[in-house]
Design a protein around this ligand. Structure first.
Ligand code: ADP
Ligand code: MG
Length: 345
C-alpha cells in the first residue's frame, strides 16, 4: 500500500513538472485499436493527449452504430424499417442523417445510388456470401420493389413502402468514420488516421508535421498500390470490384455494387473509384454512386459539384485524376495518368 501511494505521488509530481515546464515536448504518444466490426477490419490511430479516451469512446460508438445500422439485427433501425409494412418508423438521428445523404446523392446521381436494392443483393448472395447468379426474371421482379424516391423522410420519422427493403452498406462506414473523427476532435486530438475497411479518414497532419500518405489499391493488382495521395483533414474512400466478388464456372466475375438500372453488377467502364473530400458519409455515398454512373457521367457529376475530388480507373486501363487532387497524387502504376479539368477543353 505504502509503495503504491509513493508511486502515485511520484507520478503526480512528474505530471506537475511536465505541466510547468516551459517548453515541454509535444505529446506524440500513439494510441491505437484494431477491431473487427461491420464485417470489416478497422484500425484507429490517434496521437497525443486525449487519444486513449477518444479511442475507447470511438470503439463503443462503432459497436452501437453496428447495432443500429445492421440489416440482420432484429433490434436495429433498419430491421424496423424493412419490416414496417409501409407504416412510419421513428429512427435514430444517425439513421435519419444517413438517409438524408442517401437521398441527396441518389438525386444528384440520377438514381445510381439506390439503398433499396437489398432484396436484389440478397438474391445474388452478397448479403450472406452464398453466391449465385439469379435468373433474369427473379432480378426483374425484385428490382421492381426498389425505388429510393418512394422513401418518405420527415425528420426521424421514415416510411418505406411495403415490400421495399433498405441496406446502408454503401454509406455506413463513411458515416461511422465521421463519428469516430468527431469523437477524436472532441477529445482534443489534432493528429489521427483511421481506416475502416479501406475507407481512410484523417485528422490534421502526422505528428511530425508532414501530410498523411494514403495508398490507393491498384484494382488490377490489388496486392500493390496504384499510387499515393497526400492529405490532411480529409476522407479518402474507394469503391472497387476487386474485394467482394465471386466468379462463375465460365470465369465471369460478379461484384457487390449493383446497377439499379438492371440489377446486375455495375459495369459502366469503371473498376475503381476513389473519392476525396471532407465528409466520410458523402464521400462513401459518392464512391458507390460514381462507380455505377461510369466514366463519363462521373466526370460530369464532379464538374457539377464543388466539394470532392476523385481518382478513377477504367476497365480499359485509363487512370483519371481530377485537377484538385492531381498535385497531391503520386502515380506508382504503369498506367499513364490523365488529369480531368473542370473546364472541358
Ligand atoms: P464497400 O462497402 O466495399 O467499401 P461501397 O461503399 O461501394 O463498398 O458499398 C457497397 C455496398 O453498397 C454493397 O455491399 C451493398 O450493400 C450496397 N450497394 C450495392 N450497390 C448499390 C447501389 N447501386 N446503391 C446503393 N448501395 C448499393
Ligand atoms: Mg460507398
Amino acid at each position: 500500500m505504502k509503495h503504491r501511494l509513493a508511486a502515485a505521488a511520484a507520478a503526480l509530481l512528474l505530471l506537475m513538472t511536465a505541466g510547468c515546464g516551459e517548453s515541454s515536448a509535444q505529446d506524440d504518444t500513439l494510441h491505437s485499436a484494431d477491431i473487427f466490426a461491420m464485417d470489416t477490419y478497422m484500425s484507429l490511430k490517434a496521437y497525443g493527449a486525449g487519444g486513449a479516451e477518444a479511442i475507447s469512446e470511438a470503439e463503443a460508438r462503432i459497436a452501437a452504430l453496428e447495432h443500429t445500422l445492421s440489416v440482420t439485427d432484429s433490434q436495429s433501425d433498419l430491421w424496423a424499417l424493412n419490416h414496417a409494412e409501409g407504416c412510419p418508423v421513428t429512427v435514430s438521428a444517425d439513421t435519419a442523417q444517413i438517409l438524408d445523404t442517401a437521398a441527396q446523392v441518389s438525386d444528384e446521381s440520377g438514381g445510381a445510388l439506390c439503398i433499396s436494392l437489398y432484396p436484389v443483393l440478397q438474391a445474388w448472395g452478397f448479403t450472406t456470401g452464398s453466391y449465385q447468379v439469379p435468373s433474369g426474371a427473379q432480378i426483374a421482379g425484385l428490382l421492381s420493389l426498389a425505388d429510393d424516391s418512394k422513401i418518405v423522410r420527415n425528420g426521424t420519422e421514415i416510411s418505406v413502402p411495403a415490400g421495399m427493403q433498405l441496406d446502408l452498406g454503401a454509406l455506413a462506414k463513411g458515416y461511422t468514420g465521421d463519428c469516430v473523427t468527431g469523437i477524436m476532435r472532441a477529445h482534443g486530438v489534432s493528429s489521427a488516421i483511421i481506416s475502416l475497411g479501406g475507407n481512410v479518414q484523417a485528422i490534421g497532419k502526422k505528428p511530425d508535421g508532414s501530410l498523411w500518405r494514403v495508398g490507393i489499391t491498384n484494382p488490377m493488382q490489388p496486392e500493390i498500390n496504384l499510387g499515393v495521395v497526400e492529405i490532411e483533414n480529409k476522407a479518402v474512400i474507394t469503391s472497387g470490384n476487386y474485394e467482394r466478388y465471386f466468379t462463375d464456372d465460365a470465369g465471369n466475375r460478379y461484384w457487390h455494387i449493383l446497377d439499379p438500372a438492371d440489377g446486375y453488377p455495375a459495369d459502366n467502364g469503371l473498376i475503381s473509384v476513389t473519392v476525396i473530400g471532407e465528409s466520410g458519409l458523402r464521400c462513401d455515398a459518392l464512391s458507390t454512386a460514381l462507380y455505377v454512373e461510369g466514366t463519363a457521367l462521373a466526370a460530369e457529376h464532379w464538374r457539377r459539384s464543388g466539394d470532392f475530388e476523385m481518382i478513377l480507373v477504367t476497365d480499359t486501363g485509363r487512370l483519371l485524376v481530377t485537377e484538385g487532387i492531381a498535385p497531391h497524387f503520386t502515380n506508382q502504376s504503369e498506367l499513364p495518368c490523365e488529369v480531368l479539368k473542370r473546364e472541358e477543353t
